[in-house]
Design a protein around this ligand. Structure first.
Ligand SMILES: [Zn+2]
Length: 284
């Protein structure tokens, strides 16, 4: 992907210099600020602070040094995010006659709080609908490459595009509905709904890849193969097999390697949001 020297996004929240391992309780001035925030929100401040205090990342005051690789990864994510904003603004206008409101992407190291709970290496990158932010530790890109066998910069860009795909679902009202539905059914059915949500996000990232190639012209030879390979490598069946387990379809939450790559390719070839309707598909 062509990204060096290109425009980055304004919607990056870089917490990498302040997040980093430790958590601290808020006392003194911090408690006053929390109380003021609580008054604004009209909530009980003890609910914000909780018994262990509010997690605020590092309280140590030690600055976290960013390596050259960190800086590069941050710029890469920023350019990719800017591309998703340009593309979804265009696609929303053309296909839905609607305005796209971009998400914020939080870069962090080790762990950081989110409105959906703590973000860490264990959670992997995710989208939190409660604060409309994507949480990403760029160390995941190293995991992607070395442990999951998803090589190339476009594999990393696909991860960003997939998470933004969840934000697109949120903007379309699909994410909220699916979450309500999942709370009303049993575990297996809830997993099946999760698969539909995830495959749709893969399809939406296919639309992003198509526009990046056709409209922005930033896709290089081999890029699309990198994204398709990434989608295959993080299929539930492949992940379970690589972990030495027999794949158990009723536990799948993201879809098989074949499904993930197929839905990405469907979005790539069609370019239409309407064609990414995994909820109406008779066969995923
Ligand atoms: Zn997802």
């Amino acid at each position: 992907m062509e990204w060096k020297g290109r425009r980055g996004s304004d919607n990056i929240e870089d917490r990498r210099r302040t997040s980093g391992g430790r958590t601290a309780s808020i006392g003194g001035a911090g408690a006053v600020i929390v109380f003021l925030i609580a008054m604004f929100l009209g909530v009980d401040p003890s609910k914000l602070l909780g018994p262990g205090g509010l997690e605020i990342g590092t309280g140590s005051g030690e600055p976290v040094e960013l390596t050259e690789a960190d800086v590069q990864a941050g710029e890469f994510v920023s350019v990719t995010l800017a591309d998703t904003e340009e593309i979804w603004t265009k696609v929303f206008a053309e296909q839905l006659n609607a305005r796209y409101t971009p998400a914020v992407l939080v870069l962090f190291k080790d762990h950081t709080p989110s409105a959906c709970g703590g973000a860490s290496e264990a959670t992997g990158p995710f989208y939190c609908p409660a604060d409309k932010k994507v949480y990403l530790d760029t160390a995941f890109f190293v995991t992607l490459q070395r442990k999951l066998g998803a090589h190339g910069d476009f594999a990393a860009a696909y991860v960003v595009a997939h998470e933004i795909g969840h934000h697109v679902q949120d903007e379309l009202g699909i994410l909220g509905k699916s979450m309500t539905l999942r709370q009303q059914v049993g575990q297996e059915e809830s997993n099946a709904i999760s698969v539909m949500v995830e495959l749709q996000a893969d399809c939406l990232s296919g639309i992003w890849a198509r526009e990046a190639a056709q409209t922005l012209g930033t896709v290089e030879r081999g890029d699309l193969e990198e994204a398709v390979n990434a989608a295959r490598q993080i299929g539930d069946d492949t992940l379970q097999a690589n972990a030495g387990q027999r794949p158990m379809p009723h536990t799948f939450t993201h879809g098989t390697s074949e499904q993930r790559s197929e839905w990405f390719l469907l979005g790539l070839n069609s370019g239409l949001i309407a064609d990414c309707d995994t909820f109406s598909a008779t066969d995923l």
